[in-house]
Design a protein around this ligand. Structure first.
Ligand code: HEM
Length: 280
């Protein structure tokens, strides 16, 4: 492929990846601020905490659960993944056919590395940002399937759980489920989701900043420390989630038996939690 075309294609794909990452970051800030609000209510009863977190999440949903907001979110996720995969295919299966003098090529090379962060060549290892992105993808899709798509099914007994019915009580219910298998699966899914998200965003932010402003590379000790950022973010989010589990709370989770049955209908129709529900 002509070097200029290849460079332009990679540059466009990088910009698409960056733009979609910005949209996903905005969503992440709104969506994840809800569990963190629970940390401000650590002293009280777990049901008060679940209530506070749920009310905050309902506010946030105004931004991303409108028809336009949801379409933008799915588009951002799809383009982010597709741009990354296409970029990888282009760098792996094409080579730059240079038509310029060696001096021009050197200049272009410098320009290209400043704007386009190429994925590694065949056989090279993925960066932490990229590997965590591929790990995150199936968990994000599973999370959306369990928490958004299946609960909106009109089929009884799920009967289209409304936004106010599908709040953090659902999360608290899954994490304190009487069936140990369901509880372990959901706790693992949330832990990997949070861990991969924390690592991906923390390690991708430097790449993102370089793309937006190549000259902004910092020196020495002022460099961001992604591992520290990732572990702090993961720790805060996991703590906020554990704080929603009604461990030893008097009377347990304050939700009706009917609502629990509707939540269980969701869990019994999705993989892998459905394996733990015995059908009579
Ligand atoms: C929420 C779900 C997300 C998923 C499933 C996801 C997935 C991925 C994947 C699979 C890649 C690797 C693509 C490749 O092979 O080059 C990637 C790259 C990237 N992601 Fe995400 N991502 C998500 C969110 C975010 C967010 C919130 C940010 C903002 C910081 C972000 C920033 C980036 C950047 C900058 C890269 C390029 C990294 C590099 O090439 O070094 N992503 N993402």
């Amino acid at each position: 492929m002509p070097a200029a075309t290849r460079r332009r294609v990679l540059s466009v794909l990088t910009r698409v990846q960056t733009g979609s990452a910005a949209a996903l970051t905005a969503f992440g800030v709104v969506h994840l601020s809800a569990p963190l609000v629970g940390l401000l209510h650590l002293g009280g009863d777990v049901n008060d905490r679940v209530d506070a977190v749920s009310r905050w999440m309902l506010l946030g949903r105004v931004a991303y659960q409108s028809a336009l907001g949801e379409a933008l979110l799915w588009t951002a996720l799809a383009t982010h993944l597709l741009a990354g995969i296409t970029k990888r295919l282009v760098t792996r299966f094409t080579t730059a056919a240079s038509t310029r003098s060696s001096e021009d090529t050197r200049d272009l090379k410098a320009e290209e590395t400043a704007v386009v962060q190429e994925p590694p060549k065949r056989g090279a290892r993925l960066s932490v940002a990229q590997a965590s992105g591929y790990m995150l993808a199936p968990f994000v899709l599973h999370h959306a399937w369990v928490n958004r798509i299946v609960p909106s099914s009109p089929k009884a007994p799920i009967s289209s759980l409304s936004p106010s019915e599908l709040d953090y009580s659902f999360v608290a219910h899954t994490l304190s489920h009487p069936n140990a298998g369901v509880k372990i699966i959901m706790a693992t899914a949330y832990t990997v989701l949070i861990g991969a998200f924390a690592v991906h965003t923390s390690f991708a932010i430097p790449a993102l900043l370089r793309t937006i402003k190549p000259a902004s590379r910092r020196k020495g000790s002022s460099r961001p420390r992604p591992a520290l950022l990732a572990s702090s973010l993961a720790f805060a989010l996991l703590t906020s989630l554990v704080a929603l589990v009604p461990m030893g709370a008097r009377g347990g989770l304050a939700i009706s038996g009917t609502l629990k049955a509707r939540y269980d209908a969701v869990l019994s129709s999705v993989f892998p939690t459905r394996l733990f529900f015995v059908r009579l």
